[in-house]
Design a binder for this molecule. Structure first.
Ligand code: APR
Length: 316
């Protein structure tokens, strides 16, 4: 069996990678090439997923591989390779470990899928996306990261839980770095077009915002042996769909900034239109002064990480 011409390559067949592959297949988005360095594992997961196809009723195909040559021709490459957080670890603790992995993956992506759109998922997200862009030399529109869709989904769920309503009726947006200083934008948060500030107290809203910032850590603490993967894979699948179907959908993503919000030379969480060319347009939202300030603080932290990863690179 061969894949059809439009396929997504998923690098890293662990929790996030394999679940992303499953969502892409079962939602009929595209065929998938699942890559991992562990021998047999991506092949085993791919076969298991194909054996579910008669029941799930989809016509997509998936193959597993340990050879980078097999990602040739991929329309999108999703990178989930790396170590997940352990309890007590911050995303930044992962920096040095995952930087090495991202470099290796990116050299191969550059070699075998030079025209693909690259979506980074590995943490610390903003820094790994910056590193990937530098390592591949891909134009900014073709290299971006997944974090905002996830952070926003978490906030939407927490609000829905509080108001006992359907999560998809909650509109929210979380900007900034995918870390402790991310910025839930309450001025833009609504439930069925009603401002959230009219629906819950400011204390309740503050608690939800904090729970959103701690959303990843809350899962790590419960799982003990890994980090979240169901909501992250849903988030990646949403982005892959927007690109492959040229939806021009506005989603919060980690994109390269050239002056938006007064920031440059940084990969950072902002809202952007996703279509067949990847990040087609960055949409700058009107922010309240305190939100703008919070965004600047978050950017400072990401810049520190970028400086750290750059010094690691020169030291090697
Ligand atoms: N090249 C390719 N794959 C690799 C490499 C490498 N150099 N190094 C490790 N991997 C693979 C592992 O073999 C493993 O199967 O990456 C996979 C990671 O899977 P998990 O350990 O299950 O981690 P997961 O929960 O999927 O998280 C992956 O996504 O959300 C982020 O913080 C998370 O950085 C982490 C990444």
């Amino acid at each position: 069996m061969k894949l059809r011409s439009t396929f997504t390559a998923v690098i890293g067949a662990g929790q996030v990678g394999a679940t992303t592959a499953q969502r892409i297949l079962e939602q009929g988005v595209s065929d998938v090439m699942l890559f991992d360095i562990v021998e047999g594992m991506p092949q085993g997961k791919a076969l298991d997923l194909m054996e579910a196809a008669p029941i799930e009723g989809h016509g997509q195909r998936i193959l597993g591989t340990n050879r980078y040559e097999d990602i040739q021709g991929a329309e999108i490459v999703v990178v989930t390779a790396g170590l997940p957080r352990k309890p007590g670890m911050t995303r930044e603790d992962l920096l040095a470990l995952n930087a090495k992995i991202i470099k290796d993956v990116c050299q191969n992506v550059k070699k075998y899928a030079p025209n693909s759109k690259l979506i980074i998922v590995t943490n610390p997200l903003d820094i790994m996306t910056y590193l990937a862009s530098r390592e591949t030399g891909f134009p900014e529109n073709r290299c971006f990261g997944m974090a905002g869709v996830l952070d926003t989904a978490r906030m939407r769920y927490f609000i829905a839980e509080r108001l006992d309503c359907v999560p998809k009726d909650v509109q929210a947006v979380v900007l900034g770095g995918h870390g402790d200083l991310m910025v839930p934008v309450s001025s833009q948060t609504k439930v069925k077009n009603r401002p959230i500030r009219d629906l819950i107290t400011s204390e309740e809203l503050a608690a939800i915002e904090q729970r959103t910032r701690d959303g990843g850590a809350e899962i790590v603490k419960l799982l003990k042996t890994g980090s979240a993967f169901y909501a992250p894979s849903s988030s990646v699948c949403e982005m892959v769909k927007a690109v492959l179907r040229d939806e021009k959908k506005v989603l919060p993503v980690c994109a390269y900034l050239k002056g938006e919000y007064g920031l440059r030379d940084i990969y950072f969480g902002v809202t952007a239109e996703l279509g067949k060319n990847g990040v087609e347009k960055i949409i700058e939202l009107p922010l309240e002064p305190n939100e703008k300030k919070a965004l600047e603080m978050s950017a400072q932290k990401v810049k520190q990480g970028i400086a750290e990863v750059s010094s690691l690179a020169t030291a090697q």
